[in-house]
Design a protein around this ligand. Structure first.
Ligand code: FES
Ligand SMILES: [Fe+2]
Length: 343
């Protein structure tokens, strides 16, 4: 069952909210969801997540009896339990116990409002209002399932900014020499060679060749003199992008930038990573390096004005390095989004 109206205090324009509600968005890492009721917020909707017999349930975090948040409750082996009168909700969010009248048949009205859920790339994806005629496809990720690739999932982290601004930053290749100098970039390598985004079914793809290294600046490992790095971006509109970095030889690193729109002003970031080299390095080091890169972006993304991403290209000035950013805004416009107006 779907609640297809925007929640109270929604920060999106209602039409934009509905378009976003038809898409898949990540809400948690799979490894963080077990039996206990766990909170997540997506598009201003408060969700409770729990797992029962291996299946994840995502539902509105509101008890259908008297409206208490189920994330205040607890769980047993048959479901999650509301802390007020002990109603229990099991598979598919169905109510399976009324402690005060155990013999009464349970009306469907006591079932939770639950949402479509998928688990992919170590993440739990939710679609609040699937479009029956044109269901949105889940994003894809190169190499995630390939033999020889290690799958890593960094802990989610919060950004006080709009998802579109964050994603655009991930696609931006001109800021490396200015923002990422403490991690991988070279402050003296500022020029952005020409590149051309190509439209795809779900957004666009870009092959970007440059001499900007992706080895950590302080790493003893460096690329051979004159090595040209290929960064292959795939944008899955609206907020998931993957970047495949071609290291020397056959080494590949794939980073998914999956921005979850908590509200129009808050974003929860997820970053599944797949790689086929340095497999001996502890995953915690990969988490830490990735976190440092994202932290370098934080100040820009959280202070940009306007907070929303202007889809009317006349509203901001552009430079040749912005081809991806322009393709991104055009893609969102094509999907019918307005200006993600902040209410
Ligand atoms: S409010 Fe949840 S059981 Fe009564
Ligand atoms: Fe960045």
């Amino acid at each position: 069952m779907n609640n297809i109206t925007p929640p109270a205090h929604c920060t999106f324009e209602p039409d934009d909210w509905l378009r976003l509600a038809r898409q898949w968005h990540p809400v948690a890492r799979s490894c963080d969801i077990a039996g206990a009721p766990t909170k997540a917020v997506l598009l201003d909707e408060q969700l409770v997540l729990y797992r029962l017999q291996g299946q994840v349930v995502a539902a509105r975090d509101v008890c259908p009896h008297r409206g208490v948040p189920l994330t205040l409750g607890f769980h047993d082996e048959e479901g999650i339990i509301c802390p007020y009168h002990g109603l229990r909700f099991g598979a598919g969010g169905r109510c399976n116990r009324i402690p005060s009248s155990p013999d009464q048949p349970i009306p469907a009205k006591l079932n939770l409002i639950s949402y479509a859920v998928e688990e992919r790339f170590g993440l739990i994806w939710v679609c609040l209002a699937p479009d029956a005629d044109q269901p949105a496809p889940l994003p894809t990720m190169p190499h995630w399932d390939d033999a020889g690739f290690q799958q890593i999932n960094c802990p989610g982290f919060d950004v006080n900014g709009f998802a579109g601004r964050q994603v655009e930053g991930f696609l931006d290749v001109a800021h490396f020499a200015w923002v990422h100098t403490e991690t991988f970039a070279d402050p003296n390598n500022q020029v952005v060679p020409a590149y051309n985004p190509v439209e795809t079914e779900t957004g666009f793809a870009v092959d970007y060749w440059s001499s900007v290294s992706n080895f950590a600046a302080d790493s003893p490992q460096q690329a051979p003199e004159g090595f040209s790095w290929l960064r292959h971006f795939e944008m899955h509109l609206p907020f998931t992008a993957t970047l495949t970095i071609h290291f020397p030889g056959e080494s590949r690193l794939v980073i998914m930038n999956a921005a979850s729109p908590v509200s129009a002003r808050k974003t929860r970031m997820f970053a599944p990573i797949a790689r086929n080299f340095d497999l001996h390095i502890p995953v915690e080091e990969v988490h830490a390096f990735n976190q440092r890169v994202f932290e370098e972006d934080r100040l820009m993304v959280e202070t940009q004005q306007p907070e929303r991403l202007p889809l009317d290209l006349a509203l901001e000035a552009h430079i040749p390095a912005d081809r991806s950013s322009i393709a991104y805004r055009r893609g969102l416009k094509r999907m019918g989004f307005g200006e993600f107006f902040l209410v």
